[in-house]
Design a protein around this ligand. Structure first.
Ligand code: ZN
Length: 110
């Protein structure tokens, strides 16, 4: 990482994003699972409000019902890790989304 940082300082401006992309990140992969399952699950509930606020509320409520799965990863690893984890947690994510959608249908925050 130190080497990358030093390298970043001499890289031309248009390559600076490269360094940013390669930095290790800690991320809750349940967020990816929820984002991926959301469009599929929401289709079953045509009565739910489709605004951005309600969509964000649903995702937040669902994530609060799920144990977070933190993963340290580099950009190149993201896709495989998401796949590995998501197959394991998809069912939980769907259940949490359904609970969240029902809550927002009952009590939308607007
Ligand atoms: Zn709404």
């Amino acid at each position: 990482m130190l080497r990358l940082k030093l390298l970043g300082q001499v890289l031309p401006h248009y390559l600076m994003n490269l360094e940013e992309v390669l930095v290790m990140r800690v991320k809750n992969y349940m967020e990816d699972v929820i984002d991926r399952m959301f469009p599929e699950v929401i289709k079953r509930y045509p009565e739910v409000c489709k605004c951005q606020r309600c969509a964000s509320d649903i995702k937040a409520i669902a994530l609060n019902h799920l144990p977070p799965k933190y993963v340290a990863t580099e950009a190149g690893e993201v896709y495989t890790k998401v796949n590995e984890l998501s197959s394991q947690f998809e069912a939980d994510a769907i259940t949490a989304l359904v609970i969240a959608i029902k809550k927002v249908i009952e009590r939308p925050r607007h």
